[in-house]
Design a protein around this ligand. Sequence first.
Ligand code: ADP
Length: 161
Amino acid sequence: MRRAVYPGSFDPVTLGHLDIISRSSKMVDELVVGVLNNSSKNPLFSVEERVTMLEEVTRHLPNVTIRSFDGLLVDFARQCGARTVIRGLRAITDFEYELQMSQTNRIMCPELDTIFLTTDLRYAYLSSSTVREVGRYGGDLSAFVPQKILEQVYKKFREVQ
Ligand code: ADP
């Protein structure tokens, strides 16, 4: 069985993330989306909220499961029994960091390989931080986050105002 992990902050999940999830889920038997519980990053959404939103938007994908994790990605991948990490590449600016991360992970865990998927051009500009920035100023988020969680995301911005 080929199992892969797709790690990230997903604060919140965007259409770009969902595109990578649905494309990579077709390449493996099981895809575990790993939501990083990194409180030092001071996320807008709690890890539980991020997990729930991902569950809602991936409900139509039967081989996708959502889990949260703390600590090193290599340890999480081992716990999941995965030998493949999926990452998305948007632009050259992502490349340097991603290359360094994947090489570091291979030093720590030589059997772990990273597969990079190039972003769909429709979402090449999109990041969770853009969503947070636009949302904070009351902008329309319908082109950025999945329809199913749109209300929940607007609600969060109303709460933090
Ligand atoms: P962000 O940079 O949006 O905060 P994360 O830390 O949650 O994203 O990133 C998780 C993964 O998703 C990374 O591999 C990142 O490159 C990828 N990713 C983020 N946004 C997009 C996008 N718009 N298209 C494709 N991949 C993306």
